[in-house]
Design a protein around this ligand. Structure first.
Ligand code: NDP
Length: 253
């Protein structure tokens, strides 16, 4: 087989959480371009439909399942698998970051961050893996962050950093546990990427976010998508439990 054929996802069924904008939209587009049939999910139905329409205009038959992953992950996974006729790939991408000094963080805000960034990854992964186990395997890609490795400056965001560190260790733990079922579990850990979440153009962040990085720039979502496609594909057949850092060299220092 030609090496590039191992990256192809023709006929694979993929769910991308948080797929209506930012990194998730780039991941949905990348998977679809590689041949996968894709469902995107997020809370905002209008935005979901808009993103799906954009991808359909580009020739990709993307479907939508709307819902809140914090309260409804099992239904979202079940409906997505039903819409696709199976489930081979899940990209656990939906996430939230809130900047605030820890002394000022209400308990409810900590819970909001952990409920989405960690607990929904747990719930979604279990629901998906039950389906993958029955069909002989699959690939789960979690979206972690360099915030699990470094402490971001100048803003404080301890809940986010802790949630992403937990995602990395959950990735390794599930990889070990589910390898016998043919399920691979990996993660990507991006540096700063221009999305609604990360105001990379704001001058107060330039010194730490941009000037401190080796490449002295941020990424666009399309620069993270190829690695997600790779991890989802058979090209990464011998990779599981890995966390791939994609940060323009930020964590070198
Ligand atoms: P965005 O804020 O641009 O997008 C977040 C996505 O998650 C949206 O699609 C949003 O849709 C969805 N979402 C939020 N809350 C929920 C919920 N409760 N249930 C279902 N969907 C939800 O973020 P990014 O694209 O920047 O981030 C994507 C991932 O990448 C996150 O996990 C983030 O932590 C990670 N990351 C981002 C970096 C960056 O610099 N941007 C760097 C490193 C990691 P809706 O509001 O409609 O629900």
């Amino acid at each position: 087989m030609h090496v590039l054929d191992t990256f192809r996802l023709t006929g694979r069924k993929a769910l991308v959480t948080g797929g209506n904008r930012g990194l998730g939209l780039a991941f949905a587009r990348g998977l679809a371009e590689a041949g996968a049939e894709v469902v995107i999910t997020a809370r905002d139905q209008a935005r979901n439909e808009e993103a799906a329409a954009t991808l359909r205009d580009e020739g990709h038959p993307v479907q939508v399942v709307t819902g809140d992953l914090v309260t409804d992950a099992e239904r979202i996974v079940t409906e997505s698998a039903a819409a696709l006729g199976g489930l081979d790939i899940v990209i656990n991408n939906a996430g939230i970051a809130i900047h605030r000094p820890t002394f000022e963080v209400p308990q409810s805000e900590f819970d909001t961050v952990l409920d989405l960034n960690l607990k929904s990854v747990w719930t979604t992964s279990i629901a998906a893996a039950r389906i993958m186990k029955e069909s002989g395997g699959g690939s789960i890609v979690n979206v972690g962050s360099i915030s699990s490795i470094i402490v971001n400056r100048p803003q404080w965001q301890a809940s986010y950093n802790a949630s992403k560190a937990a995602v990395h260790q959950l990735t390794k733990s599930l990889a070990a546990e589910w390898a016998p079922y043919g399920i691979r579990v990996n993660a990507v850990a991006p540096g700063y990427v221009k999305t609604d979440m990360a105001p990379v153009d704001r001058p107060e962040f330039k010194a730490r976010w941009i000037d401190d990085s080796v490449q002295q720039r941020y990424a666009m979502p399309e620069e993270i998508a190829p690695t997600v496609v790779y991890l989802a594909s058979d090209a990464a057949a011998f990779m599981t439990g890995s966390v791939v850092v994609i940060d323009g060299g930020y964590t070198v220092y």
